[in-house]
Design a protein around this ligand. Structure first.
Ligand SMILES: Cc1cc2nc3c(=O)[nH]c(=O)nc-3n(C[C@H](O)[C@H](O)[C@H](O)COP(=O)(O)O)c2cc1C
Length: 227
């Protein structure tokens, strides 16, 4: 008999068919969670409690996915040699990105801290398994990229779940996907989505670090809505 994967989260243990209402206080707290979630690159050195990452991955598995395919694959990176290879790849890619900046921006770019790979106590990578048969192809025929989009929903879920526990997460995309796949020795069908650093943040802030560093500013919703 096939074992059914059940996340061991509180949510999974709640009855599945009762009515749940979220009150005003909850909505206000949810808004705070969204406002205070940050991409974190400056971590304290202390480690996460045992099992914290696995609990967060359980929660991430509650994310939406095309056809209920759950194509996200989490690779926890504890091995020192692998971490060193990732850091080296980041350094190479970041140097190339700096070289590609125009002269007005290069100085600011050089001062940005774009990863917490040295300090973060926990590292993991996310891939999307394009070969999965889970979901029986529903929703993927005309838009196969829905598999990758689905994996991204799990990333955002884990980002919020971590923040709710006081844990910060940073997304590292300044990497060569082929090199990452080789370093982590994953199947060829797995598409690299991102590499993530996790740990307790040195500080909390409501303003993105890139905005504080003068790189870009967050715009209001008004400019992204079209009627
Ligand atoms: C797809 C994606 C890739 C990202 N890659 C990087 C990265 O390589 N390095 C980095 O410092 N931040 C990265 N970020 C974080 C963004 O810079 C950050 O989300 C943005 O500046 C807004 O800040 P906030 O997340 O704190 O609101 C990435 C975010 C996303 C969604």
């Amino acid at each position: 008999m096939k074992a059914r994967l059940r996340p061991h989260t509180e949510a999974a243990e709640t009855p599945t068919r009762r009515t749940v209402e979220f009150d005003h206080a909850f909505r206000a707290r949810l808004r705070e969670l969204l406002v205070w979630r940050r991409d974190v690159r400056r971590f304290r050195r202390d480690g996460l409690p045992n099992g914290a990452l696995e609990t967060l991955i359980d929660l991430a598995c509650l994310a939406p996915s095309v056809g209920l395919s759950q194509p996200w694959r989490f690779v926890i990176v504890d091995d020192c040699a692998r971490r060193a290879a990732i850091r080296e790849n980041f350094a190479t890619c970041n140097a190339q990105a700096l070289a590609a900046q125009d002269s007005c921006r290069a100085g600011t770019y050089a001062r940005l801290k774009l990863a917490g790979l040295e300090e973060a106590p926990a590292h993991f990578a996310v891939f999307a398994d394009r070969s999965t048969t889970q979901g029986h192809g529903l929703g993927r025929r005309t838009m196969p990229e829905m598999i990758e989009y689905s994996a991204v929903t799990a990333v955002h879920t884990i980002w919020l779940a971590a923040r709710a526990q006081g844990i910060g997460m940073g997304w590292v995309s300044i990497l060569d996907p082929a090199a990452v796949a080789e370093i982590l020795d994953v199947p060829a069908e797995w598409k690299f989505i991102g590499y993530f650093c996790l740990g307790y943040p040195q500080t909390d802030d409501t303003t993105p670090e890139l905005e504080r560093a003068g790189w870009e500013e967050r715009r209001s919703a008004a400019i992204v809505i079209r009627r």
